[in-house]
Write a protein that binds this ligand. Structure first.
Ligand SMILES: C[S@@+](CC[C@H](N)C(=O)[O-])C[C@H]1O[C@@H](n2cnc3c(N)ncnc32)[C@H](O)[C@@H]1O
Length: 263
């Protein structure tokens, strides 16, 4: 039985540097799918990046011409974002709660949750997103995950993580599925679309171990348990990838919800 972590911002504050160094970016095809499904062109759009963390999606959105307001409840995560992202007229960083957005009604073209919505309140978050969106704007949530169906070593890794981490959430749990953002958006009256985007990540063994360290359910362990887990995974992964370079099948689940033109 998984022990749910509450206060995601606190657990990520412990591993903010590791998070930014080792979490995968989002592929170009994700941003293309985001524009297609949401109907919002990123160039020139005002995007609220909620649960922005260290800014992995923020910088992806900026690179595609969006103006971004990055909001997070974690001070350490936001400090890393501020250090790694050019903050100017195109981008602002705000310490705040995604369940009570400190923004006026109707200002945003797009509200995004990159890997973040599952930390928020299901109803309050979407109600807030709908409030701050302009008519015709959209909400989007996405999650970048390892595709354990495509590689036996990944499926085995997930089983070991589930055994070692009481707060584990993922495909090794019976009945596990992606967070129900599409249902929450439909309940709020939005027009919902969903897709999956597949891609392949190439990452060093050290980078992948740092990535494991940044997972919330690993970060929630005590230092000794983290050290044991990483030592064991190093030994397992070296057996599969003796040259120290991992090829990781990935997929991104994307859901968007459009607000009607009448608002
Ligand atoms: C998995 S990280 C995602 C970071 C980033 N969006 C990315 O794509 O890498 C989840 C983020 O949600 C933030 N978070 C958790 N609860 C929050 C809340 N109530 N309001 C705003 N941010 C929150 C955490 O601090 C963390 O930075």
């Amino acid at each position: 039985m998984s022990e749910r972590i509450t206060g995601g911002h606190r657990v990520f504050n412990r591993v903010a540097e590791e998070y930014d160094a080792a979490r995968p970016h989002y592929p170009e095809t994700l941003y293309q799918a985001l524009e297609e499904l949401s109907g919002v062109r990123l160039k020139g759009a005002l995007v609220l990046d909620v649960g922005a963390g260290t800014g992995i999606a923020t910088r992806g959105l900026l690179d595609r011409g969006a103006r971004v307001v990055a909001l997070d409840r974690g001070e350490r995560m936001l400090a890393v974002l501020r250090g790694r992202t050019a903050l100017d007229l195109q981008c602002r960083a705000v310490l705040g709660d995604g369940n009570a957005l400190p923004f006026r009604d109707g200002v945003a073209d797009l509200v995004v949750y990159a890997q973040a919505w599952h930390w928020l309140d299901r109803r309050a978050s979407i109600a807030e997103a709908v409030r701050v969106l302009r008519p015709g704007g959209a909400v989007a949530g996405w999650w970048n995950i390892e595709d354990a169906d495509k590689a036996d070593w990944l499926a085995a890794l997930e089983v070991r993580l589930a055994e070692a981490c009481p707060a584990y959430v993922g495909p090794a749990l019976p009945g596990w599925s992606m967070p129900p953002i599409a249902e929450a958006m439909a309940e709020a009256g939005l027009l919902v679309a969903q897709t999956w985007v597949e891609w392949t990540r190439s990452v060093s063994l050290e980078g992948f171990l740092t990535h494991l360290r940044s997972l919330s359910y690993v970060a929630a362990l005590d230092d000794r348990a983290v050290a044991e887990l990483l030592a064991r995974e190093r030994a397992e992964l070296v057996r599969v990838f003796p040259d120290g370079r991992l090829t990781v099948p990935m997929r991104v689940y994307l859901a968007t919800g459009r607000k009607g033109p009448e608002g």
